[in-house]
Write a protein that binds this ligand. Sequence first.
Ligand code: SAM
Length: 277
Amino acid sequence: MASSADPALPPIREVIARHGLSASKALGQNFLLDEQLLDRIAAIPGDLADAHVIEIGPGPGGLTRALLRTGARVTAVERDSRCLPALAELSDSFAGRLTVIEGDATALPLDQLSDGPCHIVANLPYNVGTALLVDWLSGEDWPPLWQTLTLMFQREVAERIVAQPNTGAYGRLAVLAQWRSTAKLAMKVHRSAFTPPPKVMSAVVHVIPDEAPNGVRSDIIQSLTAAAFGQRRKMLRQSLKSVPGALEALEVCDINPMRRAETLSVLDFVRLARELP
Ligand code: SAM
């Protein structure tokens, strides 16, 4: 949806060339240049008119301008200072609607970036994206400050986030993303859409918070899933030995201790966590 303040912008490829933004491998830079694709990604969170969006890793600003076109206010956090002049131009074009913060997003708590509900959108190197996702999913306060997460990952990581039990992709990330949220694979993105193209395919994951189950603490889900999937080939009676109260909880929940973690549903983990001290 184009907003009334949709200025004519130069193609993103031209912005990259003019500012000499050669992609840095160390910063995991693979840029998206196709405006139609960027508009489709910016549409995934739903209606963003007048909403606050936190974008992590705007780079030269392709996704940023697509988000601004929806009518959103955007706060963008970028680590690479070379991108700041290009983002400043974008800020001038969408007066008052883009704030750029230079910094490492992994060191900036969300409540420092937004004082109210917000949507988070990011196309990040997968290690940074996964660390931030786990952090955003792990707060004790629920619902969280974020209303939606729209995150690009390499496809294999995206599949782990939305995975179902009894599959090779199912593990800690799936449980963390699904025990009090709904996570969906919203769009597959071919590697050729990026400049330079990465070695692997990508996908956008969309996460919405649900109501949290009663009586379950996030830190307990963290430690339970870390132990269960830390030794995923082992039976639960072995892998959960180190978690206080876990063997008794298996009995109370009528879960056979000879099973392996990947056979337990997300609800099974919730039931177990509820029994732990
Ligand atoms: N959003 C742009 C796009 O879609 O074309 C750029 C995507 S590029 C894959 C990832 C961007 O994240 C780069 O601009 C990189 O500098 C930035 N980045 C990497 N690690 C970061 C971090 N820890 N905090 C903030 N930005 C980071």
